[in-house]
Design a protein around this ligand. Sequence first.
Ligand SMILES: [Zn+2]
Length: 313
Amino acid sequence: MAGSPSNVTRYRGRFAPSPTGPLHFGSLVAALGSFLEARTRDGDWLVRIEDLDPPRVDPEATGRILRALEACGMHWDSAIAFQSSRTDAYHAAMHTLRQRGMVYPCACSRREIADSALAGIEGPVYPGSCRAGMPMERKARALRIRTDGARIAFADYLQGTIAHDLAAGVGDFVVYRADRVYAYQLAVVVDDAEQGITDIVRGADLLDSTPRQIHLQRLLGLPQPRYLHLPVAVNGTGEKLSKQTRAAPIDCARPAAALVDALRFLEHHPPERLRVAGAGDVLAWALENWRIERVPRTRVRPVSQYVTSTTRD
Ligand SMILES: [Zn+2]
């Protein structure tokens, strides 16, 4: 990315975890990558808690994630944003989309869609059954956004050009769920704009969500941030590290070792002696030596060769 002439907006990055469990190695990589990009560009680094999905939220997790970030010396700017307190903003965005005729109610169950759909990039493609109106006797379950002929292409700083035909790959997607929760895609777009995020650095598991988010940005007239998707840590069977795959929490008593492992995963190799130093020493080395060009341009990386037993899944 080019240098920063004075008329360019100040860099603002963010780390946006879902509080479904403690910080594990995979989420530490995303936190560290976004932190180092922001700090080495003299930017702000914000934290946003994506606690929009009540059934998945673990009430203990937010505190544990924030304590782990602090133990690792990654201090955030501004107040932490919580999606659970942003419903009015999502409601306003939905109002805009409805006014523009881009949203329609859908009565289809998951089963009905699966029975009549083609396979897409992330499960069945919605076949558009309710696009021209629902059958009289049916009730709306969810709200969907029209994708029409939207083709979205964007340049990811690490992963190259990503181009999606939204209608063919996903179909009209849900923006308000049957369980009365705003969909992740809408919330993220509204929040990134509200927080003035210029640069999104996150795991490549979200790469395929990005075209949907850009579609919503365009419909809402919001600025499009730059994107950089880091490789995602996967376990021996190729699954993303997560609470579901029983990834171990970061050991907050040994943050330096965890940071060294995360740096090695991103192809940065601090001296081994820093494993037993303070977290601040590792971050100081990282800020001095961070080169985004060194990070592998792949979507996934097996975690096993980069981590010690303290952070292994
Ligand atoms: Zn439908």
